[in-house]
Write a protein of this length. Structure first.
Length: 320
């Protein structure tokens, strides 16, 4: 096995490949229009067999882009895209579509065991006010051999510091008054063919009735058009995240999506000068994954989170 490799399109994107298969492209400097709140995103996202498991800019929600760190309510600003939910007015298009702008790549490497990208971002409001500095890292690894041998793992970490002029309350449409619409956070939009797929939890499979329930992890299994194949994604919330285990914003009936939503029904205060960190693992696997296998995939995601946290502590000790 040759291991991981990367292809860097300067000032735009990084592609992660494994043995000739492009697993993911991370577009860190997109050409997104302001109305869609420009931000980095992962698309295309593929299994190790090369099956596509993400959707870009669907006509029903053009601001959905593969996997992205998207926040609809940051104070009065919208870093999600499109209209903003306003109590008693429903969705209103406001002049508040901010952008998460790439500032600097700080790490980019690949070897047999992993591919790592880290960069700094500036969150800037539509009015041009710089309110958040973010340090973000993404790591692709392979799980341990066994039932997860055909999968790969993406870990995602975001550290956001409020550098703006005032405290920021981060929330969702639900915290603003819309029932069971608590989206915001690491949001995945699946292919059209995944519609009416299965949500997977430790308590069993289900559909839209699982939206808003709390779980340490959640999975989604969907089928592909054109081939007689299925794929499974499992998203794992780090135990150190705020409001762990999170409520999940997830859908199957109208379209496929998952989001461990730390701001689902309760706002989080990011005071001036303070920092907050969120960490997640996404396990991408070929196949429909019976119940025990889904749990094994989630275990591998948690192991990747624990391993990356331990490695970070070791690096900090060396630097002291």
């Amino acid at each position: 096995m040759s291991g991981f490799s990367i292809v860097h399109e300067l000032d735009r994107s990084v592609s992660v490949r494994l043995d000739g298969v492009e697993l993911a492209e991370y577009v860190y400097a997109p050409d997104t229009v302001p109305l869609e709140s420009p931000k980095p995103y992962l698309h295309p996202l593929r299994t190790r067999a090369g099956h596509l498991v993400s959707l870009f800019r669907p006509h029903d929600h053009v601001w959905h882009k593969g996997i992205a760190w998207s926040l609809p309510h940051v104070g009065t600003e919208n870093f999600w895209g499109g209209p903003t939910f306003v109590r008693d007015r429903f969705y209103v298009q406001l002049e508040n579509n901010g952008r998460a702008e790439h500032a600097e790549l700080t790490e980019l490497r690949a070897d047999a065991d992993s591919a790592v990208l880290a960069h700094r971002l500036r969150w800037i409001t539509q009015a041009g006010v710089h309110i958040i500095d973010e340090t973000r890292s993404l790591t692709a690894t392979l799980p341990d051999a066994g039932v997860a041998a055909g999968a790969w793992v993406l870990t995602f970490e975001s550290r956001m510091r409020n550098v703006g002029p005032e405290d920021l309350w981060i929330g969702s449409p639900t915290t603003r008054g819309r029932e069971n619409a608590g989206y915001g956070g690491l949001f995945w939009r699946g292919p059209r063919s995944f519609t009416n797929g299965r949500l997977r939890t430790v308590d069993g499979d289900g559909g839209d009735e699982l939206r808003g329930t709390r779980h340490a992890w959640m999975g989604f299994t969907g089928r592909h058009d054109g081939i007689d194949e299925a794929s499974t994604l499992v998203m794992v919330d780090d135990p150190g995240n705020i409001h762990h285990p999170p409520q999940w914003f997830a859908r199957t009936e109208e379209f496929a999506c998952m989001c461990p939503a730390p701001f689902f029904s309760e706002e989080v205060l990011l005071a001036r000068g303070e920092e907050v960190t969120f960490r997640y693992a996404v396990v991408i696997a070929d196949g429909s994954a019976p119940g025990a296998e889904v749990e094994a995939l989630a275990d591998q995601g948690l192991a990747a989170l624990i391993g990356s946290e331990a490695a970070e502590r070791d690096e900090s000790r060396v630097s002291v």
